[in-house]
Design a protein around this ligand. Structure first.
Ligand code: SF4
Length: 314
């Protein structure tokens, strides 16, 4: 049984002015305890919507989301059933997710049980786990830097002894040095506490540095998934290839570009055939009429491209 498993998830949004948009059009992924799965793709590809579906913050129109073998049903966070407390979400902006009028310690303690004294001890331990001195507990969110606030948000998530934490662009609002430190912290948490992490990020450097596996999402579907290093070294899908090639540094580190050549199609009207075909340099006739499915390749890799099997990835 996997810790978190999403199967063929479809998420529709109502559009202002009428009609609906299929933000996620059948996406699957699995997060095991102790593993980091990076989810990458251009803005608007559906990765944040998929993250919200993973923790029950948006309803799933089709497909399934299971956490430790039990269905994740859409509920407000206050009403989360007991077993879903071990499935946590950390948002991009810790300042908006922390209450400015409550001390860091009291917010971390929200997820703890036991006597007041025992909770105070545990809060100090959790601060130390995330690299903050135990003495910070009486301070308010505005007294911390962005990186420290994100550490508090992570400590608060850890208070529930999670099996999985979904992190939606957790490093995006931080400076480069805070990003690097937090990325190392995430890698340590996964390894030392056996927490599974689903890391949504537009920062390819961080994903490549910490993720065990990567899922590349395009227009609501997975274009490619697989172990990080092989995917980076020899991408099977032309979209992954374009993302990695567009990164300015030769070692493959750096941010996703604002946009790749070609327009991102409207998710309400995806192209026929392969969704990437209007932007693909390798497009041929079949791509325009038949949609490739995500098919297995050697070494635990999968890609949705008619040419992937001919790339000699074995
Ligand atoms: Fe390009 Fe065709 Fe592969 Fe789509 S199926 S990514 S259009 S080669």
């Amino acid at each position: 049984m996997s810790a978190l498993e999403l199967r063929d998830v479809v998420v529709d949004y109502d559009r202002r002015g009428g009609g609906s948009v299929r933000a996620v059009a059948g996406a699957s992924l699995v997060v095991e305890r102790g593993r980091i799965v990076g989810l990458v793709g251009e803005s608007g590809c559906g990765k944040s919507t998929l993250a919200r579906a993973a923790v029950g913050l948006v309803p799933v129109a089709e497909g399934s989301v299971e956490f430790e073998g039990t269905a994740v049903t859409p509920l407000s966070r206050r009403a989360r059933p007991e077993h879903l407390v071990r499935l946590q979400l950390v948002f991009q902006n810790p300042y908006s997710s922390l209450n400015p009028r409550r001390t860091a310690g009291s917010q971390i303690a929200d997820g703890l049980k036991g006597t007041r004294a025992a909770r105070a001890v545990r809060v100090r331990e959790l601060c130390e786990v995330v690299g903050l001195p135990g003495t910070v507990t009486s301070r308010y969110p505005h007294e911390f830097s962005g990186g420290q606030r994100q550490r508090i948000a992570i400590a608060r998530a850890l208070a529930s002894s999670p099996s999985v934490i979904v992190l939606d662009e957790p490093l995006a609002s931080l400076d480069a040095s805070a990003q690097a430190q937090l990325a190392n912290l995430l890698a340590n948490l996964a390894r030392d506490l056996e927490v599974g992490l689903l890391l949504i990020s537009h920062d390819l450097a961080i994903v490549r540095h910490v993720a065990d596996e990567v899922s590349v999402m395009y227009l609501g579907k997975m274009a490619e998934t697989g172990p990080t290093l092989p995917l980076w070294t020899k991408p099977a899908h032309p979209y992954s290839e374009a993302l990695i090639a567009a990164v300015p540094r030769p070692d493959g580190a750096g941010f996703l570009p604002e946009s790749l050549p070609g327009e991102v199609p409207d998710p309400a009207h995806p192209p026929a055939g392969c969704r990437f075909h209007p932007r693909c340099p390798y497009v041929f006739e079949r791509c325009r009429v038949e949609e490739p499915r995500l098919e297995p390749l050697p070494n635990d890799r999968f890609a949705a491209c008619w040419l992937a099997g001919s790339k000699g990835l074995g």
